[in-house]
Design a protein around this ligand. Structure first.
Ligand SMILES: Cc1cc2nc3c(=O)[nH]c(=O)nc-3n(C[C@H](O)[C@H](O)[C@H](O)COP(=O)(O)O)c2cc1C
Length: 160
């Protein structure tokens, strides 16, 4: 039975997520990053998280050689950061207040949360690569999250 790609995308889009910017540095020291909603918790002890990067991404080589990466969770007011890091044009790091944390990977200063990670493993999984990171340091900010559902940015709904 063949699965319809459009239906699969549509069904996956019903799973509501937050939005993150995952960053690292190239071997030359240049900052790179992209918008990612495949981020998820994996293990508490040891502290592990995961995310996936499409194999065709020009960022694959950089993330595979980088010893560290940082996952920055966006707040409700940071839709512009998400759009910049998912787009093709310009200097992505011109949008958002970027700084440095424990590792060389860029840290978003006013993120809702950040996870500074050591790259634990990378494996090819279909048309993506699965990155697992060991969390070295966490940061928590204040505010409401930026939410993503069915291809649209949203604000958090009511508490039930
Ligand atoms: C809300 C949202 C979530 C995304 N999640 C992912 C993801 O988990 N993995 C991925 O490879 N691309 C994801 N993308 C697409 C990348 O952000 C986009 O293709 C970006 O241009 C990739 O950067 P690159 O040019 O360095 O590959 C997402 C885009 C959006 C808007």
């Amino acid at each position: 039975m063949s699965l319809d790609a459009k239906q699969l995308r549509g069904a996956l889009g019903r799973f509501t997520t937050g939005i993150t910017i995952v960053t690292c540095r190239t071997a030359e020291g240049d900052p790179i990053g992209l918008t990612v909603n495949s981020f998820n918790a994996l293990s508490l002890e040891p502290a592990l998280i995961l995310w996936s990067l499409r194999n065709a991404s020009p960022s694959v080589a950089a993330f595979e050689q980088a010893a560290h990466f940082t996952v920055n969770v966006l707040g409700q007011t940071q839709m512009d950061v998400s759009q910049a890091f998912a787009g093709r044009s310009g200097d992505r790091f011109a949008v958002g207040a970027w700084g440095q944390g424990l590792t060389e990977a860029p840290l978003l200063r006013d993120a809702l949360a950040s996870f500074e990670c050591a790259r634990e493993s990378v494996q090819v999984a279909g048309d993506h690569r699965l990155f697992i990171g060991r969390v070295l340091q966490v940061h928590q900010g204040e505010g409401e999250p930026l939410v993503y559902h069915a291809g649209c940015y949203r604000a958090l709904g009511d508490i039930l």
